[in-house]
Design a protein around this ligand. Structure first.
Ligand SMILES: O=c1ccn([C@@H]2O[C@H](COP(=O)(O)O)[C@@H](O)[C@H]2O)c(=O)[nH]1
Length: 286
């Protein structure tokens, strides 16, 4: 690492995961949740929702993962709330992972990457999510920008939802599935970035069957963001089943199964800690 390169996301995550827990708190302020919390479906309601989450989380989580869609639906005022939420968690020492799943041709991807990564970007995200349907090559500069900013670009390799399977498991001319080819390409990009930097991470659902362990192997040392715990039916036992031996790479994340405990801040905090603790034990291999 040159003297001008900031510490990588992987290094910062490892320190926080050891100190706190690897748990990543998802924030999806849907209309349904705002209503259930007794808040208006407006930017002000969104802001009050986020305030309660930040208060409940304090400095307990390693990573916060706001889902951009639920902020974008409120227009520019919603995006301001998103920026504030990310800053608020970063001020509490957490890493902010923007779940925005951008995917386009290379020139457009460069603009998306500029909007999320780096000190001059709109979001100054520590990490963000991307899709590679337009080809991994279109994301090479995005990953390079993530590396230069000490950030991580998480690419969806195997999503947690059942609808993703047929596309992600379809085979190309060389006999590899789409997910296998993506995993190989992602591992090679991390190898080029040098040891331990790991600017490309993978989204790998906690809901996946055992048959996906081969894809996990192909990812090498990449960080693994694992949605699907709670509302989508997976649990911490599934992390053990799928990722045994790779515990240090895993970022367990859950959203609705935490947020459903609101709006009471103490109940929300208890729900966060109910995820923080098993995530810590999983990382310790217990
Ligand atoms: O494969 C994926 C990738 C991202 N997500 C996102 O996670 C939350 C839902 O989490 P729950 O814990 O199930 O509430 C949402 O923002 C998705 O876009 C995913 O579910 N699966």
């Amino acid at each position: 690492m040159s003297s001008t390169t900031p510490p990588s996301f992987a290094q910062r995550f490892a320190r926080l995961a050891d100190e706190r827990s690897p748990f990543c708190l998802g924030v999806d302020p849907s209309r349904d949740l705002l209503t259930r919390w007794g808040l208006p479906d407006t930017a002000q309601g969104l802001s009050d929702f986020c305030e309660r989450i930040a208060e409940a989380a304090g400095d307990s989580v390693a990573v916060v993962k706001p889902q951009s869609a639920f902020f974008e639906r409120h227009g520019p005022a919603g995006l301001q709330v998103l920026q504030q939420l990310m800053k608020r968690f970063q001020a509490a020492g957490s890493l902010a992972l923007l779940d925005v799943k951008r995917g386009d041709i290379g020139s457009t991807m460069d603009a998306y990457a500029e909007s999320v990564f780096g000190p001059d970007s709109a979001y100054q995200a520590d990490a963000a999510t991307f899709t590679a349907y337009l080809g991994l090559g279109a994301l090479v500069k995005t990953i390079e920008r993530a590396r230069a900013s000490g950030a991580c670009a998480f690419l969806v390799v195997r999503s947690s939802n059942p609808e993703g399977t047929s596309l992600q498991k379809s085979k190309g001319e060389d006999g590899r599935t789409v997910a296998e080819a993506l995993a190989d390409g992602l591992r090679e990009l991390n190898e080029k970035a040098g040891p331990g930097v790991l600017p490309a991470g993978a989204v790998m659902g906690a809901t996946l069957p055992d048959s996906d362990r081969g894809v996990i192997e192909r990812l090498g040392g990449a960080l693994l963001l694992t949605p699907g715990i709670g509302a989508q039916g997976a649990g911490f036992d599934d992390l053990k089943r799928l990722f045994a031996g790779r515990e240090a790479q895993v970022i367990p994340t859950a959203t609705r199964s935490v947020l459903e405990a609101g709006p009471d801040v103490a109940s929300l905090r208890a729900a966060i800690l109910r995820h923080v603790e098993p995530a810590r034990r999983f990382r310790q291999g217990a």
